[in-house]
Write a new protein. Structure first.
Length: 366
């Protein structure tokens, strides 16, 4: 008999997509429960605990028994609802959380997180190479077709340069903008192509000003604006011959990889405080990723588990090491560094979803 399964989601579509990727692969039906936050908790963070006090019960789907055997969820606020439901079930409900937890890892039956997240190697941790993102190839193809005539007149190859913004520990300042301009000139001078530069909501005005002023004449430039009907992002995903993506944006890099397009990572610098923060992230990566090939690795594995119980303020646990993630992508042949020749992405991606489903099925033996 299949476990009665609920999927608890909120308004974050990107997060929801990761859960839905798993749902699509499960061999049994699920019931969706959408929860809406009270106004003060749409952006604010309620105190993390099992609770329904932060959700609008009138706007949300009914949260009432009979309680499920299994919940799949993502994010701080929905996971609080899941923990409350488990209490009501007499702790019988199992919870699978996608993404790093706001509370303790051992609050959940399984925690699923991708390689940029540095998680202690506990028995309930299920690592994935990439975030379990959903990309509609049909939507990408449709946008690409809609822009086909505009792209056709541009000198080839068409190289998309996707720019994010400042994210700890990285900085994005005038010097970075000048380096991005130099990369656009490299596309023109070395490849003979067209750089198509797009910004995002996190790109600062200082960077935008430099790009608008100094990009080569051949370049095309799109400044991100909320709700713009003329955003070329998805069309470029389908049409560009290569992609240069700033290292802060895991989501943009991963979308390119899932579409098997050539990717180059544009590494960002860290400031003084960011350098100290990067040391913390690098330490977490070293500690939490032992290969278990030697006595020292096995000792480090035990220390890593102990750190989980001692790291009350999460100085190491559940941080992200973007640079380690970049190195992994390059090592596996999924990306190159910006300025290197593009490599065709013919690498077969690991079946992360299949591995996750097997771990979920194992929660219900027999």
């Amino acid at each position: 008999m299949s476990p009665r399964t609920w999927v608890i989601l909120s308004d974050k579509q990107g997060d929801n997509g990761q859960v839905e990727t798993i749902v699509d692969a499960l061999p049994w039906p699920v019931e969706h429960k959408y929860v809406h936050m009270l106004p003060q908790w749409v952006l604010g963070k309620p105190r993390y605990r099992p609770s329904l006090e932060h959700i609008d019960l009138e706007q949300s789907d009914p949260i009432e028994g009979p309680w499920p055997d299994l919940i799949l969820t993502v994010g701080r606020r929905p996971s609080m609802v899941a923990l409350w439901i488990r209490q009501q079930s007499g702790n019988k409900t199992k919870i699978v959380l996608v993404g790093k937890p706001s509370g303790h890892m051992l609050d959940f039956s399984l925690v699923i997180a991708s390689a940029e997240n540095q998680m202690p190697p506990m028995d309930n941790f299920v690592p994935t190479t990439l975030p379990l993102m959903r990309i509609s190839e049909a939507d990408v193809a449709a946008e690409s077709q809609a822009w086909r005539e505009r792209f056709a007149s541009l000198p080839q190859p068409l190289v998309a340069i996707f720019i994010g913004g400042e994210t700890n520990p990285f900085i994005m300042n005038r010097k970075v903008a000048e380096d991005l301009v130099a990369m656009a000139h490299w596309v023109v001078n070395e490849l003979g192509g067209t750089p198509y530069v797009t910004t995002s909501r996190r790109t600062t005005a200082e960077v935008v000003d430099v790009l608008r002023r100094d990009l080569p004449t051949r370049a095309r430039f799109f400044e991100w604006q909320a709700g713009s009907p003329d955003n070329p992002y998805r069309a470029l995903l389908g049409s560009a011959d290569g992609f240069i993506v700033t290292g802060d944006s895991v989501s943009m890099m991963v979308e390119v990889i899932y579409l098997h397009k050539p990717l180059a990572i544009f590494p960002l610098p860290v400031g003084t405080l960011g350098g100290i923060d990067q040391l913390r992230r690098s330490l977490a990566h070293w500690l939490f990723n032992p290969r278990l090939e030697s006595l020292g690795d096995r000792l480090r594995h035990r220390v890593a588990r102990g750190v989980y119980y001692l790291d009350f303020f999460k100085i190491l646990c559940a941080t992200r090491d973007f640079r380690a993630f970049h190195r992994m992508l390059v090592k596996q042949g999924l990306a190159v560094w910006a300025g290197q020749p593009f490599a065709r992405n013919a690498v077969e991606l690991p079946d992360d979803v299949g591995a996750v489903v097997k771990r979920i099925e194992a929660l219900f033996p027999g």
